[in-house]
Design a protein around this ligand. Structure first.
Ligand SMILES: [Zn+2]
Ligand SMILES: [Zn+2]
Ligand SMILES: [Zn+2]
Ligand SMILES: [Zn+2]
Ligand SMILES: [Zn+2]
Ligand SMILES: [Zn+2]
Length: 441
């Protein structure tokens, strides 16, 4: 066996081709041979071949040619060491198809596999805004709306980053330009205000329900939503859209009661932060009075009966109504409507006695018109004296009196109240029902 003329090392760490296959080494060596023929390897320890694809260095380790080792057509070589670039375990398949080797950090979600060479490099991977989902070019998603190339994935409720969309179907988050939604998800997330021309987000919704207990749901911004104060002046009233705010005055009184019940129950069921307990009988009375139903507002038995009818209809609110009526369940700490009605009826008895005494005072005090005024006086409502935050509030006696007698009566009403207070612990204040100038109603 003849010894080769030259022992060389080949440094191919810059060479872009993967040399895992022996055939590739053969190709490299052919390239080297063509380049070094006629060169004198004795000129320096290494020879650098500047090929357009990358430099290859050849170093002479041992020469058996003696003198000057010029490479001729018959010169034989032995490669004693081949230095390769570090072997890439995960290779980009797109780059490989173009004859290059590139590290592939990504796997296409749709065609990826555990295979090492089914990867994608930084240049060939497609990752859209909105989600770290990698795909190859073939599996890059199209816009769900128009089929053009998509640019982002929508994180909205409907899409949940599964669907992608193009730029003309992109709606930016109102406060965060880095977050985008498709038009449909945007409208769900940021519904527009119903008021034409208003660009605010419709944060509030109409809470009026139909016969099948479906809420209207029309959206309006905080500025344009209307409120129906049925839970007390400091609470957030039921939201009304424009249409239902206009319709409300035409609602019959029992339908108004049902709306208040429905509104409170829907809030409680959906665990809204503004959930309010069902009002007291007096609370319902107040809402009826403000809608112009003054007679029914004083008819607590009718209010109680109407609520009982809703309870028996066994709709979605029956349970809450039953608990509230009995002061049970969620309403344990509140007085039930049954107990409230009992107290109101006792109060009415007491109120009738006070009105009887008031008639005598009127007859005796207002000599000329006394008998006529006394005859016209009627009990409207009686709220017994009660303790509020440690302080005794006087009882309120509401009476009905025709308009033309009121002036004379009011001129003496303080004196009447003082006389009545002598018989009532906590004292009595007299109010004329429906009189705007002297009362809370
Ligand atoms: Zn690539
Ligand atoms: Zn793919
Ligand atoms: Zn599109
Ligand atoms: Zn969407
Ligand atoms: Zn608005
Ligand atoms: Zn509405």
């Amino acid at each position: 066996m003849t010894m080769p003329d030259l022992d060389v090392v080949v440094d191919a760490r810059q060479w872009p081709v993967d040399l895992a296959e022996p055939k590739r080494i053969g190709e490299l060596w052919t390239m080297i041979e063509d380049a070094i023929r006629g060169r004198d390897l004795g000129d320096g320890p290494t020879l650098t071949l500047d090929h357009p694809d990358g430099a290859v260095r050849v170093g002479l380790v041992w020469s058996r040619l003696g003198g000057r080792p010029v490479v001729g057509p018959d010169t034989t070589f032995q490669i004693v060491n081949l230095m390769e670039r570090p072997r890439i375990r995960y290779r980009c398949k797109e780059c490989a198809a173009a004859g290059r080797t590139e590290y592939g950090a990504f796997t296409c979600r749709d065609c990826g596999s555990a295979e090492r060479d089914n990867r994608l490099c930084d240049d060939h991977v497609r990752i859209l805004d909105g989600a770290l989902i990698a795909t190859c070019a073939q599996h890059a998603p199209a816009c769900a709306e128009c089929g053009r190339a998509a640019t982002f994935r929508c994180g909205g409720q409907r899409c949940q980053r599964r669907r992608a969309h193009c730029d003309s179907h992109r709606r930016a988050h109102p406060h965060d330009p880095d977050v985008s939604y498709c038009p449909e998800c945007y409208d769900v997330q940021f519904p527009s205000c119903e008021r034409p021309g208003c660009t605010n987000v419709g944060v509030a919704r109409c809470e009026i329900t139909d016969e099948r207990h479906n809420a209207c749901g029309a959206r309006a911004c905080g500025l344009h939503i209307r409120r129906w104060q049925v839970f007390g002046g400091e609470r957030l009233g039921l939201g009304l859209c424009r249409r239902h705010a206009q319709a409300l005055p035409g609602y019959p009184p029992d339908w108004l009661i049902e709306q208040i019940v429905a509104g409170a129950c829907v809030r409680a069921a959906t665990r809204r932060r503004d959930a309010e307990p069902l009002p007291s009988l007096r609370g319902f009375a107040h809402s009826l009075r403000r809608r112009g139903h003054e007679e029914l507002a004083l008819n607590f038995r009718w209010i109680h009966r109407t609520l009982g009818g809703l309870e028996r209809a066994a709709g979605p609110y029956a349970q809450a109504l039953q608990e509230r009526r009995q002061g049970a369940g969620r309403y344990r700490t509140r007085k039930g409507w049954d107990a409230e009605l009992g107290e109101i009826e006792i109060g009415e008895g007491r109120g009738r006695q006070l009105v009887e005494r008031l008639r005598e005072l009127v007859r005796w005090t207002l000599r000329r018109d006394g008998p006529a005024i006394a005859a016209a006086l009627e009990l409207a409502d009686f709220n017994p004296a009660r303790e509020v935050r440690g302080q005794m509030r006087p009882a309120l006696l509401f009476v009905r009196l025709p308009e033309h007698y009121r002036g004379l009566f009011k001129a003496h009403s303080r004196q009447f109240a003082e006389s009545l207070s002598a018989h009532e612990p906590g004292g009595v204040m007299i109010r004329i029902e429906g009189d705007m100038r002297g009362g809370r109603r």
